[in-house]
Design a protein around this ligand. Structure first.
Ligand code: UDB
Ligand code: ZN
Length: 184
């Protein structure tokens, strides 16, 4: 079972690496890693388990955060319509995106960052994404709101990008052009 001890923290070089494409079919180890990542997110959102194992309540986790430099991440969250979204995405891509941007008004955090970093993190408001699931089946879907923001945050990890790289250093809470804040 994955806990916070398995999550590497900023300063670890793997977080700055570009992760490699995953080849199909998956190895048993890759499959187990993917399942463990999704289970971590579920456990972290379970009040009892989160307290018992000291887990931060996570909605997304990229493989390089557990020191596996492969292009896969898990998402587990509720969308604007109250629908549960859960998947592990392999070799994920943004096929297209809106001109309109968005950002979390409170800024972003990260399971790999144990400090507050203040400022708006500009994201695309809507994205059309492509990825493969564990069985190598292609998926294409449109995301907006928190799922879109989370997908972009996790995809950044696979490219060695941290959320604070995108904050305007001169003016962290300055106007973000063409963007409307995401209000959950
Ligand atoms: C998170 N959760 O899981 F706007 F209901 C963050 C942490 C770091 C604060 C635990 C989070 O932002 N939850 C959240 C946000 C909302 C509404 C809501 C719950 N991550 C995952 C991560 O670090 N993955 O690498 C960071 C988030 C920043 C933007 C989306 C993912
Ligand atoms: Zn993160």
């Amino acid at each position: 079972m994955l806990t916070m001890d398995n999550i590497i923290k900023e300063g670890h070089p793997t977080l700055r690496e570009k992760a490699s494409e995953v080849k199909f079919p998956l190895t048993d180890e890759e499959r187990q890693t993917a399942e463990a990542m999704l289970t971590f997110l579920k456990n972290s959102q379970d009040e009892e388990l989160a307290e018992k194992y000291n887990l931060r309540s996570g909605i997304g986790l990229a493989a390089n955060q557990i020191n596996v430099a492969k292009r896969m991440f898990a998402l587990y969250l509720t969308d604007d319509k109250g629908e549960q979204l859960e998947f592990v995405a392999f070799n994920p891509k943004i096929a297209s995106h809106s001109v309109e941007g968005t950002y979390l008004p409170g800024g972003e955090g990260c399971l790999s960052v144990d400090r507050d970093v203040q400022g708006y993190v500009p994201r695309h408001a809507r994205i059309t994404v492509k990825f493969m699931d564990m069985d190598g089946v292609d998926h294409k879907m449109r995301l907006k709101g928190l799922p879109a923001i989370a997908f972009q945050h996790e995809l950044d990890h696979l490219n060695g990008v941290m959320f604070y790289d995108r904050i305007n250093k001169e003016d962290p809470f300055g106007d973000v052009p063409d963007a409307t804040p995401y209000e959950g």
